[in-house]
Design a protein around this ligand. Structure first.
Ligand code: PEP
Length: 270
């Protein structure tokens, strides 16, 4: 899409809203508070001058230490899950307000491991999204199809249902702090990454679903990331696709060198 410089400003057409590239690391159940701080200290200098925005979804117990280590850096810290209630008799759970106070600014919701291993349904995830937005935590909604659903040709049906269930009744104004991560279940932790062309097709479809739920401006503004066995060698081609606004990285986010390499590969793409 053309960009016309007028009087020193860059004017972009509506379809070409400038979306930053975002790289989120999902540490899952890895790293103590001490290890988190150590990794951030090693990572920060290698990503300091990079264009892409680095975010880390760390274990609950590591949030405060990670936030302290990330102070004065561009690394943003978030969480990997939360309960949908503000407070209450939910032994072992954690609320959005608790995460906020610990210093988290975003939260992953609906990760396929939460859906598969902990029985989270779209309606639970919808309630969590609403709570996160009410309590000022930016949600990253993870969606994706299983291998069987893809082989049955149901990828678009599955993704549109996930998006509709989760966002119906979420007002447009609140939606502006949401990010979406397309993570095909068959690609997570398996070493089988979707091709950039497959990812582009799915992301364009997800954007069209957001347009149907809200409108075209909202659809053009939302960041849609890809996740599933992302490695540095593949990332540049992925984020060069029009509708791919970054990546969500599991395994390769656990070491400073591999995570920094992914962030560095995004340089100059937008
Ligand atoms: C993830 O857990 O969100 C993920 C994408 O993991 P991996 O990169 O290891 O496939």
């Amino acid at each position: 899409m053309d960009i016309k410089p007028i009087l020193g400003c860059t004017i972009r057409f509506e379809q070409d809203v400038a979306r930053d590239i975002i790289v989120i690391g999902n540490w899952k159940m890895h790293k103590t508070a001490h290890q988190a701080a150590e990794m951030i200290e090693l990572l920060a200098p290698s990503v300091a001058g990079c264009q892409a925005r680095p975010l880390l979804a760390v274990p609950f117990t590591a949030i405060s230490a990670a936030v302290a280590a990330a102070k004065q850096t561009k690394i943003v810290i978030g969480a990997q899950n939360m309960h949908d209630a503000q407070e209450g008799p939910f032994t072992g759970e954690i609320s959005a307000l608790m995460l906020k106070e610990a210093g988290a600014t975003f939260v992953l919701l609906g990760h396929s491991e939460r859906r598969r291993l902990f029985g989270e349904t779209d309606s639970v995830i919808h309630r969590k999204i609403v709570r996160a937005l009410q309590d000022d935590l930016q949600p990253v909604l993870c969606i994706g199809e299983t291998l069987r659903e893809r082989e049955e040709g149901r990828t678009e049906e599955v993704l549109s249902l996930q998006l509709e269930h989760v966002f119906t009744h979420v007002p447009k104004t609140a939606f502006s702090s949401v990010r979406i991560a397309y993570e095909p279940v068959w690609a997570i932790g398996t070493g089988k990454s979707a091709t950039p062309q497959m990812v582009q097709k799915v992301h364009a479809f997800c954007r069209s679903c957001v347009k149907k739920i809200y409108d075209s401006t909202t659809a053009q503004a939302v960041a849609i990331l890809y996740g599933g066995s992302v490695k540095a060698e593949r990332v540049r081609e992925l984020v060069s696709q029009d509708d791919v606004d970054g990546v969500l990285v599991g395994g390769a986010s656990l070491e400073p060198a591999s995570f920094a390499a992914i962030i560095q590969q995004c340089e100059g793409v937008r």
